[in-house]
Design a protein around this ligand. Sequence first.
Ligand SMILES: [Zn+2]
Length: 148
Amino acid sequence: MNPSLLDAAKAAASNAHAPYSGFGVGAALLLDDGSIVTGCNFENASYGLSLCAEAVALATLNAQGKLRQLREVGIVGGALKDGAIGGKAPVRPCGRCRQILNEAAQLARTDLIVHCASADLSVVEKHRLSDLLPFSFGPQDLGLVQDD
Ligand SMILES: [Zn+2]
């Protein structure tokens, strides 16, 4: 793993707009050229409109036209206190984000590696997206084949 991937995710988490949950999450996407794109959760007073860190990072990657370069994901999160996250439990992507990651992974033609870490980085799990989202739904289920 790129050692700076989780550091980048943790730094992004400190920018989370999470006044309702008080739980900051940062996501960092590692591309095939070694560059990193980050996102953090962006909550809304209308709770259902809130965006997860992974979704924000992937939307940024999409805006850059680089979805096909995605290789790995790092996720770090924890309770916010004084602008920093804390906690010893790893944060894993929610179900919606697993589906969004799956779409990007199919475009990138890879079974994404997903690193899930605690805020203090003392616990780091390494998963394949196919393990986090078995029997996934994707473009192939709509009869669409991904072309380059
Ligand atoms: Zn999510």
